[in-house]
Design a protein. Structure first.
Ligand code: G6P
Length: 624
C-alpha cells in the first residue's frame, strides 16, 4: 500500500513525479504529495488530501513546483487518518531531511519517545515522520554521510519500508532504502528514477535494478550507486523490462479494468506458452526462478510432485478464489488431496503440514503481507514451496523455492481480472503435470486438455463480443441491494470470485453460497425481486443447482442463469440466461468468470462509481 516515486535529472521533476504517481495510484489513493528541490537548494513540499487530481490542480500539473530533483507519494492510510497533515512527504523541522515511505514502522512509538527525549516535535500521527526524524537525528549525531545516517536509523527500525529521502546538504541526490516493501530503480539518458513498481517509471526507462532487502541506493542526475547495511558499495545487475509503455496506459478504454478484462485472452495464452514446449508442459524454469539459496532443480521438483501426499494452497482475495478453483482441478485430475487456506488464517492457525506436502502461494503482487508471512513461516520448515506470482522479483517470488510467473503484464485496476485468469492457467498446468508425473494421464488426454486450454482465449473473445447484453442487464439492475451467487463444486468457486467482483466495485452487497446451503439460513433473505445468480457449468450438478434456483424463484427471486451453450432449457426456469462456450468442465472457471467480471464492471459504471479505485481498497495489501 502506498506508492513512492523519485526523480533526479535534466527535466523538471514535478510533472514526472505526478505522472509516476498516477501509475501507482492503485496502491493507495487517499492523499498524495511531492517534495521538489529547486535551484536555490530549497525544498518545497506540496500535499493534498483526496485523489491525485487534487495535487495536480494544486501544483498546476507540477508546473508550480520547479526543480529537477524530487520525491512523491500516494497514500493508503495506516497510521493516522487521511489528511493533508498526515500525507507524505514528511520532513525534519529544519527541512534537513525530507522523505516518503511505504510500509509500517512497528516500533514507531518507542522511536518517537526516544526522539521526544531529544527535543524533536511531531506534527503528524504517522510512523513515517518518526522515521524521517530518526534519520535526521543520526545524520546530526554522527555527522557522517546520508548512507551512514540511514543505516543507523534502519538498525533501530522494526517493520517494513521503502524509503526515498533527500538531504539539504546533498542537492541533486535522492537516497533510497528498502526492506520488504517493493522498490525499483531505473536509469536513462534523462536521469535516474525510483518507484514502487515498474509502471511508475516505464515511460522513461526499461533499464531497471531490483534493489534487495536491506540495501540502499543513491540517485544522482546520471548515476545509481548501491550500498549494503555496512555502507559498502555493492553491484546490482540491471534488468531490461520487456513490457511496452502502452501496457500501463488505458489505450482508449474508459477504465483499466475494462482494458484488463479484454487483455485476458493474451494473459491466458502468454502464460500457457511460457510453460509449453513442443506440446508438453515444461517446468524447467521453475527452479531457476526461486530463491537463490534454495537447493532446487527440475529433477528435484519432479521427485517432489511424484511423491506428494497433500497440497496446501495459501492466498488472499481473488488469488484465494483461484486457489479454490485449483483445488477442484487438481483433485479432479490427480489423486492428491488439496487444502486451500486464507493466508491471514493459515499463518496463525499453527497448521499441521503433512509430510510429503507442498505449499503453493498465489499472489498477483507478490507482496501481500499475510501471504508473505505464511510463506516465511513454511520456509522455516523443510517443506517445498511454490509461488504463483505476477510481479517479477517481488518478495514472494524471491523467497519461494519454485516460482511460476503468470504472464498477465501490469495489472492496474484494483479489482483483479487478468491476473486471476492467468493464475487459473498455471494451476491447470500444475495439475496436468502432477497427473502426468504420477502416471495418471495418458499422452492423448494431456494433448486434449492442452488443446482445451489453447481454446480458452477464443472462448473469452466470444463472450466479450456479446458484452452489450450484460451491460443492458447491469443498467436494469443497477439499484439492486443484494445479490446471491449460487453453484456447486467448481461453480461455487466461480461464484465466490464473481461475488467479490460485484461487491468490491459496485458496492452491491453480494454473497456466494454453495447452492445446497441456501436453505440452511440464507433463503430467509430472499424477497420479491432479489437477484440470484446461478452458475451451472458442471453438467453433473446442473439439475441440482437448477432446482435450488426453482426454490428461490418460488420465493420471488429474480434469476440470472449462467451455463454452457446447449443448456437452453435453463430459460424455462431463469429470467435472464447467459451462455459461455463449452470447454473441458474442469476449465470452465476461465470462461464463466468473464460475464461475472463484466456484470460487476457494468454495475459500477451504471452507478457512476470509480471502477478502478473502489473506496477503501488498495491493490496490494502490505499490512496484516
Ligand atoms: C487485494 C486486491 C485483490 C487481490 C488481493 C490479494 O485485496 O484488491 O484483487 O486478490 O489483494 O492480492 P495478491 O497481490 O496477493 O494477489
Amino acid at each position: 500500500m502506498c506508492g513512492i516515486v523519485g526523480y533526479v535529472g535534466k527535466h523538471q521533476a514535478a510533472p514526472i513525479l505526478l505522472e509516476g504517481l498516477a501509475k501507482l495510484e492503485y496502491r493507495g489513493y487517499d492523499s498524495a504529495g511531492i517534495a521538489v528541490r529547486n535551484g536555490n537548494g530549497e525544498t518545497e513540499i506540496v500535499k493534498a488530501k483526496g485523489r491525485l487530481s487534487q495535487l495536480a490542480d494544486k501544483t498546476d500539473k507540477g508546473r508550480a513546483v520547479p526543480g529537477t530533483c524530487g520525491i512523491g507519494h500516494t497514500r493508503w492510510a495506516t497510521h493516522g487518518e487521511p489528511s493533508e497533515n498526515n500525507a507524505h512527504p514528511h520532513c525534519s523541522d529544519d527541512m534537513n531531511v525530507v522523505g516518503v515511505h511505504n510500509g509500517i514502522i512497528e516500533n514507531f512509538k518507542e522511536l518517537k519517545a526516544k526522539l521526544l527525549r531529544h527535543d524533536y516535535k511531531f506534527y503528524s500521527d504517522t510512523d513515517t515522520e518518526v522515521a524521517i526524524k530518526l534519520i535526521d537525528y543520526y545524520y546530526k549525531k554522527y555527522q557522517g554521510t546520508p548512507v551512514d545516517a540511514i543505516n543507523h536509523a534502519l538498525v533501530r527500525i522494526r517493520g517494513t519500508y521503502a524509503l526515498a529521502v533527500m538531504f539539504k546538504e546533498y542537492p541533486g541526490e535522492v537516497y533510497v532504502a528498502r526492506k520488504d516493501s517493493p522498490m525499483i530503480l531505473g536509469i536513462s539518458d534523462e536521469g535516474t528514477f525510483v518507484g514502487s513498481d515498474v509502471p511508475a517509471i516505464l515511460k522513461y526507462t526499461r533499464k531497471v535494478y531490483y534493489i534487495g532487502n536491506l540495501q540502499l541506493g543513491r540517485l544522482t542526475g546520471d548515476s545509481l550507486t548501491f550500498y549494503n547495511l555496512d555502507g559498502d558499495e555493492i553491484e546490482l545487475e540491471a534488468k531490461e523490462i520487456s513490457w511496452d509503455a502502452e501496457s500501463t496506459d488505458k489505450c482508449g478504454y474508459e477504465h483499466y479494468m475494462m482494458k484488463e478484462i479484454h487483455e485476458q485472452p493474451k494473459a491466458v495464452s502468454e502464460t500457457l506458452n511460457l510453460y509449453l514446449n513442443d506440446g508438453k508442459i515444461d517446468f524447467s524454469g521453475l527452479a531457476a526462478n526461486g530463491r537463490e539459496d534454495a537447493e532446487t532443480s527440475e529433477e528435484k521438483l519432479d521427485g517432489i510432485l511424484k511423491k506428494l501426499e497433500r497440497i496446501y494452497i495459501v492466498a488472499c482475495g481473488s488469488a484465494y478464489h483461484a486457489g479454490i478453483v485449483g483445488k477442484n482441478v487438481i483433485e479432479q485430475l490427480t489423486d492428491i488431496p488439496v487444502e486451500v487456506d486464507l493466508a491471514s488464517e493459515f499463518r496463525y492457525c499453527e497448521p499441521k503440514i503433512a509430510k510429503n506436502s507442498m505449499v503453493i502461494f498465489i499472489s498477483q503482487s507478490g507482496e501481500t503481507a499475510d501471504t508473505l508471512a505464511a510463506l516465511r513461516m513454511v520456509n522455516e520448515e523443510d517443506i517445498p514451496t511454490l509461488a504463483i506470482v505476477n510481479v517479477y522479483a517481488s518478495n514472494i517470488a524471491r523467497e519461494a523455492d519454485y516460482v511460476m510467473y503468470t504472464q498477465a503484464g501490469p495489472e492496474i485496476a484494483v479489482a483483479t481480472t487478468k491476473a486471476y485468469s492467468a493464475q487459473l492457467i498455471t494451476l491447470y498446468l500444475f495439475a496436468i503435470k502432477c497427473a502426468e508425473l504420477r502416471g495418471l494421464m495418458a499422452d492423448e488426454r494431456r494433448t486434449e486438455l492442452i488443446e482445451a486450454i489453447k481454446a480458452i482465449p477464443a472462448g473469452i473473445e466470444k463472450i466479450l463480443d456479446d458484452k452489450e447484453r450484460l451491460q443492458w442487464f447491469a443498467s436494469k439492475y443497477s439499484n439492486a441491494q443484494d445479490a446471491f451467487f449460487i453453484g456447486r463444486g467448481l461453480d461455487h468457486a466461480i461464484g465466490l470470485e464473481g461475488s467479490l467482483k460485484m461487491k468490491e466495485i459496485s458496492y452491491v452487497h453480494s454473497e456466494a453460497y454453495a447452492a445446497g446451503e441456501l436453505k440452511h439460513g440464507t433463503i430467509s433473505l430472499i424477497e420479491q425481486g432479489t437477484l440470484v445468480i446461478g452458475i451451472m457449468t458442471q453438467q453433473g450438478l446442473y439439475e441440482k443447482t437448477l432446482s435450488n434456483m426453482e426454490e428461490v424463484r418460488s420465493r420471488g427471486a429474480y434469476l440470472f442463469g449462467l451455463t454452457s451453450y446447449g443448456n437452453y432449457a435453463v430459460e424455462d426456469t431463469v429470467d435472464f440466461a447467459v451462455y459461455v462456450p463449452k470447454t473441458e468442465e474442469c476449465f470452465s472457471a476461465s470462461l464463466a468468470i468473464i460475464p461475472l467480471q463484466l456484470i460487476g464492471y457494468y454495475l459500477a459504471v451504471a452507478k457512476g462509481l470509480d471502477v478502478d479505485k473502489p473506496r477503501n481498497l488498495a491493490k496490494s495489501v502490505t499490512v496484516e
